[in-house]
Design a protein around this ligand. Structure first.
Ligand code: SAH
Ligand code: SF4
Ligand code: F3S
Length: 505
């Protein structure tokens, strides 16, 4: 009988990738995936510390598992990722039934640690060094980029994959835990990335998303005077046959150089999209956040994208209610949203994080109620922009990489308890070349192919249309289109950094 592992993932795309890789390694050891924690011999949580809420969710899930673990002492309960690196022994204090704590820089040890729990009956911890605990070289060495051979069966879709090109972060924004949970910024060698991309393409992958916390700071020093920048790397990856699309997230505003913007304009496989968080539209806030750019510099960067790559869409992140944010400073974020034409913005209420500069230096002085209102107000301003951007596509054709049945179609199939036939007419979804969610009528077997869709309707989050060319053409009938218009096809949860919940099936 094979042993079963259950994993739950919260956090950003990096965590989704890490979970895929950890499960891939365990499958090689003979594990299979369980759908429920109760059915598994090994229960893992891959965690996020970016906001308090993400951690609270994990601690309450651990609380709910206490009775189960007490009744099954032979089972192994593990905490992986950012919260493991941040909270360390505190996890065992708060949840003594946890057996394994493994930080982001030590994930290759998970299979070995599970065996050590079994053989010793004692909790196991694998952590990297703190940023101030040793020399940069030693701290770097303790954060090991975890990039084993890829297992195609472990991805939510076989034709899309994340590919890590950089780990860690050196920016130290004052509110952020990532530089300590993910360690120093380190770029992977281009040859390794190329080999992995090649392997992914050979496995049938058509779209890769290059990941880094400040991905456009990617720079590999070959040691002989040569450097590889992100634009150089992408140019090389563009040669790989079988790959149709390359994306990259997340960019840092000051590192947005013209060579990268021009690459987005010129390289046919490069998705025309930048995720480049502004965080605030007020200079005092940016200084307190230590974002190291001014509003004027951000605006200049946004303008350069508009001029050099006019087709590209841009999205942002904002933090509302940061320490000392007055109504006036908040209004400057609203104004930034109103002039910047972001396709969407991820908006977060400031959450003080122990160990960060802001936690030590500034009071969390904006009341929760005010944070909530500002969050809503900024969202309303953003949604107006998003609607205008999406509506501008009505009447145009977009190229879509088909991902699968839409959320509405999935819910419907679940309700009816019926799986889809490959040729059954069903509402499908995918992303356009500008990273816009597009919903249209198709059939499950189109998943993984590129289709042209003529846009007929739009909401602030979604384009709706009809396929005009693909192996299966044909008009949508009106009743299905009406259904599509009503579908609350909101962006899927995995779109929002820091809030993914992905019980991997
Ligand atoms: N590396 C990426 C984002 C990392 S975290 C970047 O720098 O752009 C994702 C987002 O979470 C951030 O962009 C920020 O908007 C938000 N965030 C980070 N720390 C936060 C905190 N303490 N409270 C609220 N939001 C936070
Ligand atoms: Fe955090 Fe700033 Fe680094 Fe982004 S750039 S991960 S917000 S420290
Ligand atoms: Fe870590 Fe990503 Fe969260 S880097 S803290 S899992 S947003």
């Amino acid at each position: 009988m094979t042993r079963k592992v259950y994993i739950e993932t919260v956090g950003c795309q990096m965590n989704v990738l890490d979970s895929e890789l950890v499960i891939g390694a365990l499958r090689k050891q003979g594990y299979s995936l369980a759908q429920k924690a109760a059915d598994a011999e090994v229960i893992l949580f891959n965690t996020c510390s970016v906001r308090a809420h993400a951690e609270e969710k994990i601690y309450s899930a651990l609380g709910r598992l206490k009775g189960h673990m007490d009744r099954h002492p032979e089972k192994v309960l593990g905490i992986l990722g950012c919260m493991a690196q941040k909270d360390q022994e505190l996890i065992l204090k708060r949840a003594p039934h946890v057996d394994l704590v493994c930080g982001t820089g030590q994930l290759e040890r998970v299979p070995e640690l599970i065996e050590a729990v079994r053989s010793t009956g004692r909790p196991q911890m694998a952590l990297s060094l703190g940023r101030k605990d040793a020399s940069r070289t030693d701290v770097e060495a303790s954060f090991i980029s975890y990039d084993p051979v890829r297992d195609a069966t472990m991805r939510p879709t076989p034709f899309q994959a994340y590919l890590r090109i950089q780990i860690g972060c050196d920016k130290f924004c004052t509110y952020c835990v990532v530089p300590s949970t993910r360690g120093p910024e380190q770029s992977r060698p281009p040859e390794h990335i190329y080999a992995e991309a090649r392997q992914l393409a050979d496995q049938g992958c058509r779209e890769i998303t290059l990941l880094g916390q400040t991905v456009n700071s990617y720079r590999f020093d070959h040691g002989d005077g040569r450097n590889t920048r992100l634009s150089d790397l992408i140019t090389t990856l563009s040669d790989i046959s079988g790959l149709d699309r390359i994306r990259f997230v997340t960019s840092f505003p000051l590192d947005m150089t013209n060579d990268l913007i021009d690459a987005v304009r010129d390289l046919p496989k490069l998705v025309k999209y930048f995720h480049v968080p502004a965080q605030s539209g007020c200079d005092e806030m940016l200084t307190r956040m230590k974002r190291i750019y001014t509003v004027a510099q951000y605006d200049e960067m946004r303008q350069r994208i508009r001029e050099r790559a006019p087709e590209a869409s841009v999205s942002s992140d904002f933090i509302v209610g940061f320490c000392g944010e007055t109504e006036e400073s908040f209004q400057k974020s609203v104004e930034m949203v109103e002039r910047s034409v972001f396709k969407n913005s991820y908006i977060f209420k400031y959450s003080p994080r122990e160990g960060t500069r802001a936690f030590e230096k500034f009071a969390d002085d904006v009341p929760e109620e005010t944070k909530r209102r500002r969050n809503n107000d900024l969202l309303v301003a953003q949604n107006r922009q998003s609607l205008a951007i999406h509506r501008a596509f009505i009447g145009k054709d977009v190229e879509v990489l088909v991902e699968g049945p839409s959320l509405t179609a999935k819910r419907e199939s679940k309700r009816q308890g019926q799986p889809y036939a490959p040729d059954a007419p069903v509402q499908m979804t995918g992303h356009s070349m500008h990273d816009l969610i597009t919903v249209f009528d198709g059939m499950p077997r189109l998943a993984g192919s590129l289709v042209r869709v003529r846009i007929e309707e739009a909401t602030a989050f979604t384009l709706f249309g009809q396929i005009v060319t693909s192996e299966s053409s044909g008009r949508l009938d009106e009743s299905r289109l009406a259904q599509a218009r009503h579908a609350s096809a909101r962006p899927v949860a995995s779109q929002k950094p820091g809030t993914i919940v992905l019980p991997m099936a």
